[in-house]
Design a protein around this ligand. Structure first.
Ligand code: PBG
Length: 324
């Protein structure tokens, strides 16, 4: 008679039979750097997450590295917004400054930058918009031009990986070509390849001060009802030269994650997003969930489902927990 329970009898037997192991190297820590703060400012909907000044972000990056983390993902909040998102590609923009500060403190830390315009646009959309009466559209090709400028300026300031999160068509190919032309052939692209229009980005928009001032993002982010379309989106980004493909959000999209990993066999990332973080955090604050147990279970499940890289606001805590 088969007795599967035999291997569950003791901690040592369970360790021996375990299929999925978390490592500190799996995680990427998102950091928010703001031109408007001198001192860390808490984000109400994301307990434990802060907006930081450029100096603080370099210290935080250093502390992350000391914990054993190897990579951070940087988001910027500019002082001024405009209709051309000029802060996104300014040589002394906030992300560019932060990158230089981080690289001078920890040259070996992998720096990934979010390449998007929403934080820098006065209207909060991810691209250049045209308004026709009651409608607006985001102009794809005009937006791609600005994304290319942004990615180039990040690479010049020391980004190891640029991560376009806007969902415009053709941006991965355009960024790849421009990087190669300017001698940044060693800069990688992590593309938010299957990014769904999701209710779970709500808290992030408070953190990044980027809620759209009108309309929503459904004309450029994906319909959460579609899986085949997600595979087509990923295929395009792979063809255009993405080195890493990402699925976002995480838990409600594990079927997509699994299929992307199985089909493309590329390094695959998943973004466990702000709303997913806030859900667990609020339950923990009420005493309904044990934080450590819940988070370890979520992260193990994401890795089991195919994630090679997990972007999570718990990266620091995970580094500590995995050490114990
Ligand atoms: C766009 C961007 C968003 C997130 C990452 N990059 C927000 C959006 O698309 O509205 C969300 C991340 C999160 O919710 O944690 N710059």
């Amino acid at each position: 008679m088969h007795r599967p329970r035999r291997l569950r009898r003791s901690p040592a037997l369970r360790n021996l039979a375990r299929e999925t192991h978390l490592s500190v190297h799996d995680f990427v820590l998102p950091l928010f750097v703001s031109e408007k703060v001198q001192q860390r400012r808490p984000i109400a909907s994301m307990p434990g997450v802060f907006q930081l000044s450029a100096k603080e972000v370099a210290d935080e990056a250093r502390a992350a590295q000391d914990l054993g983390l190897q990579a951070i993902l940087l988001f910027g909040i500019p002082e001024q917004k405009d209709e051309q998102a000029s802060g996104a590609y300014a040589e002394d923009g906030i992300v560019q400054k932060a990158l230089r500060a981080i690289k001078s403190k920890c040259p070996d830390l992998v720096t990934i930058t979010d390449v998007c315009l929403c934080e820098y646009m006065s209207h909060g959309h991810c691209g250049v918009t045209r308004i026709d009466g009651d409608h607006f559209h985001v102009l794809n090709d005009e937006t791609v031009e600005l994304l290319v400028k942004t990615a180039l300026s990040h690479a010049a300031a020391g980004a190891d990986i640029v991560a376009p999160s806007d969902m415009m068509d053709g941006r991965v190919g355009a960024i790849r070509e421009a990087l190669d032309e300017r001698g940044f052939d060693q800069t990688s692209i992590m593309s938010y390849a299957a990014k769904f229009a999701s209710a779970f980005y709500g808290p992030f928009r408070e953190a990044a001060e980027s809620p759209p001032q009108f309309g929503d993002r459904r004309s450029y982010q994906m319909d959460f009802a579609n899986a085949n379309e997600a595979l087509r989106e990923v295929a395009l980004d792979v063809d255009e030269g993405a080195d890493i493909v990402m699925v976002k959000p995480a838990l409600p999209y594990m079927d997509i994650l699994w299929r992307v990993r199985e089909r493309f066999r590329k390094p695959t990332a998943v973004y466990h997003v702000s709303g997913e973080y806030a859900m667990v955090k609020s339950a923990v604050e009420k005493g309904f969930l044990n934080e450590r147990d819940a988070v370890i279970e979520i992260m193990t499940a994401l890795k089991r489902a195919g994630a090679d890289i997990i972007v999570t606001y718990w990266a620091r805590e995970l580094a500590r927990w995995l050490r114990e």
